[in-house]
Design a protein around this ligand. Sequence first.
Ligand SMILES: Cc1cc2nc3c(=O)[nH]c(=O)nc-3n(C[C@H](O)[C@H](O)[C@H](O)COP(=O)(O)OP(=O)(O)OC[C@H]3O[C@@H](n4cnc5c(N)ncnc54)[C@H](O)[C@@H]3O)c2cc1C
Length: 499
Amino acid sequence: MTRRVDVIGGGPGGLYAARLLKRYDPGLEVTVHERMDGAAQTFGFGVGLTEATMRNLEEADPETAARVRAVSYAGHELHWRGPDRSVRLHGARNLAVGRAALLDVLAQAAIEAGVDYRPGSAADLGTVSGDVVIAADGVGSATRAKLAPDLGVHASLGRTRYLWCGTGFAVPSAYFSATARGQEQFVVHAYPYAADRSTFLIEVDDTTWAGAGLGPFDAATGPGQTDEQSVRRLEEILAAELGGGRLLTNRTRWSRFTRLSLDRWHAGNVALVGDAAHTAHYTLGSGTKLALEDAIALATALTGEGSVRSAFTAYEQARRPAVRRFQQLASRSQRWWDSYRWRSGWPAEQLGLSFMTRSGNLTMTDYAKAEPAVVRTALGRFGEPPPAAAELDEWVLARSGRAAPAAGAAVDEVAWSEPDVWGEAADQLVARVAAGPDRPVLLTAGPEPAAQWARVDLAERLRLQTGLCIGVEFPASEKGFAATSIAAGRADFAVFSPA
Ligand SMILES: Cc1cc2nc3c(=O)[nH]c(=O)nc-3n(C[C@H](O)[C@H](O)[C@H](O)COP(=O)(O)OP(=O)(O)OC[C@H]3O[C@@H](n4cnc5c(N)ncnc54)[C@H](O)[C@@H]3O)c2cc1C
């Protein structure tokens, strides 16, 4: 029978798992080992949470959820800030919390439940002896590295670099912007998380990195230090946006996002939660959510009937589908930002529609119901005023049909189902199409959903990089998906395969 649980890592996942274990089974001895001296030492600034996440927390532990809410900053809109104007992308439904404030709440809640919380104490599999070990030691997990042969680790690095900064004031709404300097593009993701603080994340691609000469500054910065020279340079470049103010730093240096997934989330008496087990790109804002929800599922499984092994299996089975879904959404969001450069000249509303539908969890019709003005203006490119939301799909498909090649006209058909549309095979295809004749391309393949997205993503890349007219074959049941893809600029026309 499980009596003692050691948790390695006192981030959101580890602290919340510990709190819930004691809450669900007060007889357990639960220890959290955290190498930092406390929340004030943590990395990063604010993180976004959604109302759906808050509802899950409220169900699992209403008291802690109420305290998280109390330290959160809620009710701000999301905007796209172009060089000459700002467009509202959605209404006041954002909620964000400072990472340090969140950790303070979770640590206090764990202590009150009877958890032995030990800040300033690094641990590893050799120093803990619980019946169960929870590895909540983040994306750089040493526990995962030690168990790698049993876990099946898949990791890859993102194409862009980011610098996680803050500001000493609350920006009036969450927003994205892109400041251009010749070929350089400095993308900002900003949102307020307290009355006097905002997260201010800057992202650059390789062209910008090289053009702005940021590499030497990064290389000259020691481990754990802030890259002061990059920060000063960015304060100059983004002076208009910052009102001439300073950026706040916290061991702020350039990173590439690590996308991580495992074949198994447990080995022996060790289960992994949160970033140690899986990551989701920060532009979806879901990593903390996934860590907290893992904690709920693992604490529930471990305090139910059955062996540790069956609890671990139940935990993994419960969480895999949601984590897979969020990783897929996050990967598409990552790809959208990776390829931002090619959309940078688009009008704000067109960018907004493309951005809001990038992950696939929102259709054009749903978005038109929420923000009709954005969609109406974006669809203005078809040259006629669009109808009401309910009729938009047919309307877009009819208009895009005019771009489709006439019956009998020459079209290059390319079968595609490879998920990676920025890999070598896709690079070769794009180069071949760009060098080929100036005629439409139709991407065809079978009807599996993953391949469907791959075709749409590749179509978008081909459109952006070759300027040719690109069509996608969709199953007849996917009219809404097809219309959204065309409206958002991912394809020029759709061809429907028989049902
Ligand atoms: C730029 C950026 C922006 C983000 N924005 C958002 C957002 O808006 N919304 C969102 O939900 N998520 C966001 N995230 C993701 C989020 O930060 C992570 O997904 C989340 O922190 C994962 O929680 P965790 O508990 O698994 O790991 P972590 O928060 O990384 O915590 C791991 C803890 O383990 C400790 N540790 C490590 N090794 C040891 C050891 N040997 N002994 C003891 N302690 C150890 C570390 O000190 C750390 O405190 C963002 C991430 C990044 C990089």
